[in-house]
Write a protein that binds this ligand. Structure first.
Ligand code: F6R
Length: 261
């Protein structure tokens, strides 16, 4: 795992935008895995800014898969994660809606939605680059504490903490759906490169547990320790509970120029 300690969310956004653009430049058919929530927004805004400035790659051949989706929202609800990712990123990059995927939360198809999503990811050739955030309780996508480290896409029940954390997007915690469809830990582990972003003091404890704690279903994000190519980018506040922070900073400062992220 590579731990990249940076000064601010802006620096992280710039570096993650570089990583994403490099992947798309190298392979115009890149399959991107996308997180929603607040954390990746500066990165998405930076990608859009570069695209508008004409300095980014072509996005025409890129396919995207969201990590997760709320269950029980009316079709077209503005807080659905598919609507969110189109509004916050893919529409502005000009990625056709048919190439932008999320788990299908329509009620009638729920029993097979996980299987169908796994099949769609596989048919696209798997996720090349997966952007991730982390929950204050260490959740990854919507794999809450106790989720199997081998899990596929399936329905999950959000914890009270996660519903409280996400209430800012809704009128109140009660309006946050209780159920979600989420890529499993096993699904995420199959992506070729994982890029986790954590910013702000509220994530410091979860980051320390994920990076320096034991690999455990009690901290689903600790599964990153099992992945052969995981990059974790933290700002100063999110890094504040890391015991080996000075070592990570030393490694990053001494990183050979030829070594890509
Ligand atoms: C979102 C997702 C979640 C968020 C996490 C952090 O698609 O899968 O795991 O990444 O809840 O959310 P923010 O970034 O809003 O703090």
């Amino acid at each position: 795992m590579e731990l990249v300690p940076l000064a601010s969310a802006e620096e992280i956004a710039s570096l993650v935008a570089d990583i994403v653009e490099l992947a798309v430049t190298r392979d115009p058919g890149t399959v991107l895995g996308l997180a929603t929530g607040s954390t990746p927004l500066p990165t998405y805004q930076e990608l859009i800014r570069r695209h508008r400035a004409g300095s980014g790659p072509s996005w025409d051949g890129v396919t995207t898969f969201n990590l997760d989706e709320y269950v029980g929202l009316p079709p077209g609800h503005e807080q659905s994660y598919l609507a969110t990712i189109r509004r916050e990123l893919t529409d502005d990059l000009g990625i056709e809606p048919a190439r932008v995927h999320g788990p299908d939360a329509a009620e009638a198809g729920l029993p097979t939605a996980g299987e169908r999503y796994e099949a769609a990811i596989e048919a696209a050739g798997g996720v090349d680059l997966q952007i991730l955030g982390i929950g204050t309780n260490g959740h990854l996508a919507f794999n809450e504490q106790g989720s199997s480290l081998g899990s596929p896409t399936r329905i999950k029940t959000l914890t009270a903490q996660t519903r409280l954390d996400n209430a800012r997007f809704f009128g109140s915690p009660d309006e946050v759906p209780r159920h979600v469809l989420t890529q499993g830990i096993g699904t995420i582990l199959r992506a070729r490169h994982l890029v986790l972003i954590a910013t702000g003091a509220g994530k410091a404890e979860a980051v320390a547990a994920a990076v320096e704690g034991p690999v455990s279903a009690s901290c689903p994000a600790s599964m990153l320790q099992l992945h052969p190519h995981a990059t974790v980018l933290v700002d100063e506040a999110a890094a504040s509970r890391l015991e080996r922070l000075s070592y990570y900073a030393e490694v990053y400062a001494a990183k050979p120029g030829w070594q890509a992220h």
